[in-house]
Design a protein around this ligand. Sequence first.
Ligand code: IVH
Length: 524
Amino acid sequence: MADLEVEQRVEALRDEIREHNRRYYELDEPTISDADYDDLVRELRRLEEEFPELITADSPTQQVSGRATTTFAPVVHQVPMMSLDNAFDEGELRAWGERLQRRIGEGDGPVAIGFVCEPKIDGLAISIRYEGGRFVQAATRGDGRTGEDVTANIATLADVPKSLGAGAPAVLEVRGEVYMSHPAFEALNAGQVERGLRPFVNPRNAAAGALRQKDASITASRELSLWCYQLGAIEGGPELRTHSETLELMRSLGFPVNPEVRAVDTIDDVLAYCRERQAARHDLPYEIDGVVVKVDDLALRAQLGSTSKAPRWAIAYKFPPEERTTKLLDIQVSVGRTGRATPYAVLEPVFVGGVTVSQATLHNEDQVRAKDVRPGDTVIVRRAGDVIPEVLGAVLADRPEGSQPWVFPRHCPACGAELVRPEGEADTRCVNIACPARALGSIEHFASRGAMDIEGLGDKRIRQLLELGLVRDVADIYSIDWEVLRPLDGWGEVSIRNLQAAIEASKSQPLPRLLVGLNIRHLG
Ligand code: IVH
């Protein structure tokens, strides 16, 4: 890029990042996924590294993002609440370890640096202040220097001790993450859908919405939780030498400290912890988006110091993203073997959760109505682990003008029969037993490995057999007119013989498999 182009790109990135910061921290209404945001910051950081003369003090890379809004009274943090630098892969994590060695090593080989690894909770940072052992104030992070007074809201959390008993430090600021657990989030969203209200896109947004309530009784009804992971100001407390001791102190005073936290000796141990946590990220009943790695020794921390934005002694190792934004091109309905008509999103392909996703489920009519996603919208897509991709919601700020709510079709897209939604049920169905979409689903299921296990009878072949009118239901598999197939492409003598043998062999499958294959509704 030419110099002018670089300068323009850097400015454009800064403007865009600032706008996303405003939407995330002030409006609680992000319009891109965290991963897309991280990509913008990474590009800006790369350009600033390459062209350091372009770095300005007001660049988002040099500041803690976030700002106190005017809704709540401002609180100046006695000790600033810093942000964290990110590592997006193991190489970046190792590079951080090497930087630490260079800063504290004396040139004669590696020095021993102990680390503490903690799950990175996807919630909101909070600072809770105690004076004389009594809870006196709670504030959000804000821009790191000034946060918002959310004392009344935080006081409603069962996890927050209201008094620390005798022997507590004269002043103590405990920092941690307020979050919403998966069960609490699911219950909240089920209630939202039931009442025809828009569900929250993810637990973080739900937690942010719950915390920023002028009426603290609404916060109280939303079931927020807390993990504590850091101290701010401390006066009159015991002398602390390590982070592990800090966590132990917090634990002993009654604060919730995450039991998954682990102290380790080397950067290799750190990597092992990160891999382990990443593989088990869905085993926890709350959302984590990475691992925070911290130098354990507090004297070493002081030696390492901080940049204007983040401490050098800690880093956030970010897991690959499971949520991304993309365009919703269309909403279609697919009919399965039971006749259930499931709406699904046709998406502009997006790489999320380790694969490229171009379709995602929308579950049922009520879900589409509650989420109110419309073709043309920018939507947030989630793919977590092996779970099928899902559309979480639309980015309303980017909705095209004049768009209309999507309406569930009245007729089956496969056979044209009228779709039926029985009173009190969530599902809409095609009740035509001769529907080819139902036949395809039933035969596919019948032939599948868990049922009659007919090798070679997959989606493509079943479609062809249906189109040729050679089968209409599962029973027809046993009386296929093979002569019709012989002259056709893809039906060589060997494949016909193999398929005939597989069909023949399926006749000896035990009864339970046949029952599974027939997929009789209400028969478990
Ligand atoms: S320590 C100076 N520990 O991640 C260090 N932060 O991306 C301050 N977070 O603002 C943060 N889990 O909201 C720390 N175990 C953990 C954390 C954690 C989640 C959040 C926190 C912070 C953000 C930085």
